[in-house]
Ligand binder design. Structure first.
Ligand code: FES
Length: 95
């Protein structure tokens, strides 16, 4: 879907720019201006700025959720492993 008709920028290009910026710095402060710069354009009429900002924040939110799920999946096996070790120690103490 075309988001900016002046520069012919599609939503996927905006999402890819947000992904690159998020990967480079997960704490990046996103602004439509930075996203425009990342895709190599400058706003002309600026009619699309609100839509780009909305798209940018929505995509960042989904990236943060994905990152949280990945982080959680990495931590789960450790928690289980720790629990298993603790359970093993308790079992050994019974004898
Ligand atoms: S629609 Fe994006 S600058 Fe005009």
């Amino acid at each position: 879907m075309i988001v900016c008709s002046c520069n012919v920028i599609c939503h996927r290009k905006i999402e890819q720019a947000v992904e690159r910026m998020f990967e480079a710095d997960p704490n990046v402060v996103l602004t439509p201006g930075k996203v425009y710069k990342a895709v190599g354009h400058r706003p002309k009429c600026a009619t699309c700025l609100f839509h780009i900002a909305k798209l940018m924040h929505a995509h960042r939110e989904s990236l943060e959720k994905e990152a949280a799920i990945v982080q959680e999946s990495r931590e789960k096996p450790r928690r289980i492993a720790r629990r298993t070790v603790q359970e093993s120690i308790l079992e050994l103490e019974k004898f």
